[in-house]
Design a protein around this ligand. Structure first.
Ligand SMILES: [Zn+2]
Length: 400
């Protein structure tokens, strides 16, 4: 046993910090200490990341369950939801079970599995519902057979309603017609304009009101145009998230051009500011990373869309707290309580699992800190707050 002394831990009942000693088990061998002075650190609930691509099976050269989970752990995350654009695509019970088996080989964190709703797997839905943790809907053109027509989305929703599904349905909201109309534009951000996202958001809002028993979620909201529609609604069955990249980065950011390509695209600095405000007020409910790593060689050759981000997720948000853009209780809702509720996870009020971090000293994102196989980050050289010092998982200490 070891005692974490003088730890300022977050008490969500009173929405404030309190000081306490914690006695925990030790898993790291050779730890001679009986006490660890934590008076400079704070303890928070672990983060939940509802949008990662750990690339296994099929693309293990980019990332795998083990390396992705290790990066998540170093970012203070104990639960992630993995997306279905792997090879094979996660669109059947068999593929979901295969992915669960692969994910169970690492013990760092819990990896939940999202199944795709596609034009081809309507008959699988009933079986899928007892095994997957969520559904992912790619509304626009995407990898392989993953995209689905609006008509087939509606058919799938009817089916999910009839089987009383409680699994969240997560939408990548970009409208395929708007993207087709912008095909001739010369930059990536103009090819996938804010209007494409806003049209798709409106379609999802309509479905959410037509299917009140189902749980809808809009992931990676990128543009202030979409916020105009989210601002107006007050539905209990629709939530949304945005990612640090849409809060910190924009078309004009001073980072390598290759690093910037992602879907939906980076927008303007005014979008960064509006999204931060919306996260602070709760118009946007939560955050996710959309961790979508590629190797640097791939980025340099064909520049596929996507960037890493799982390890940066929580420090990026905590940097906004530190800079007084977001209140503590809103931030904790956004990285822990609301994503836990969305993913049907039980929240641990007994403090068996928590993260211990340094909120006073900023650290520079550099290659030695990055644990993802990608070994690069669009946040490289940025100073962030919230370096993870220890993780307590089921009462056992993991020293970072
Ligand atoms: Zn994604």
């Amino acid at each position: 046993m070891v005692v974490l002394q003088n730890l300022k831990f977050w008490n969500h009942q009173i929405r404030d910090f309190q000081i306490k000693d914690f006695e925990v088990d030790v898993t790291t061998e050779g730890l001679g200490q009986k006490e660890i002075d934590c008076s400079n650190f704070i303890a928070l609930p672990p983060a939940v990341d509802l949008h990662v691509h750990f690339r296994e099976p099929g693309f293990e050269h980019k990332e795998n369950m083990h390396s992705g989970a290790f990066a998540a752990l170093h970012g203070g995350i104990l639960h992630v939801l993995d997306m279905p654009n792997t090879n094979p695509i996660t669109d059947s019970t068999k593929a979901v079970l295969q992915k669960k088996e692969l994910s169970s080989k690492q013990k760092w964190i819990e990896i939940l599995v999202a199944a795709a709703l596609t034009n081809y797997n309507f008959d699988e839905i009933e079986g899928l519902d007892s095994h997957c943790d969520a559904y992912k809907v790619f509304m626009s053109e995407s990898f392989g057979n993953l995209s689905i027509s609006y008509k087939n989305i509606e058919n799938s929703l009817v089916k999910l309603e009839s089987i009383e599904s409680s699994k969240p349905i997560i939408f990548h909201a970009e409208d395929p017609r708007s993207i087709a109309e912008s095909k001739k534009e010369n930059t990536h951000s103009k090819k996938r304009p804010p209007e494409a996202e806003a049209f798709a958001v409106q379609a999802v809002l309509k479905w959410a009101s037509d299917f009140p028993s189902l749980k809808f979620h809009l992931t990676h909201i990128s543009s202030s145009l979409s916020l105009k529609f989210l601002d107006l609604i007050d539905s209990t069955n629709l939530t949304s998230d945005t990612c640090p990249r849409y809060l910190f980065l924009n078309e004009d950011s001073n980072i390598p051009r290759l690093y910037k390509k992602v879907n939906p695209p980076l927008r303007k600095i005014s979008d960064n500011n509006r999204l931060i405000e919306s996260l602070a007020t709760g118009v946007v409910d939560m955050i996710s990373s959309d961790h979508s790593p590629h190797t640097l060689a791939e980025k340099e050759k064909e520049n596929p869309s996507g960037m890493p981000g799982v390890q940066e997720l929580l420090p990026a948000l905590l940097t906004l707290v530190k800079n007084m853009k977001i209140e503590w209780d809103r931030a904790i809702e956004a990285f822990h309580y609301l994503p836990s509720k969305l993913l049907n996870l039980e929240t641990d009020e007994s403090l068996n699992s928590f993260i211990v971090l340094d909120i006073n000293e900023p650290f520079r994102v550099d290659k030695s800190w990055i644990k993802s196989k990608a070994k690069w980050s669009p946040f490289e050289n940025l100073f962030l707050y919230g370096r993870i010092k220890h993780i307590v998982k089921n009462n056992s200490l993991i020293r970072m």
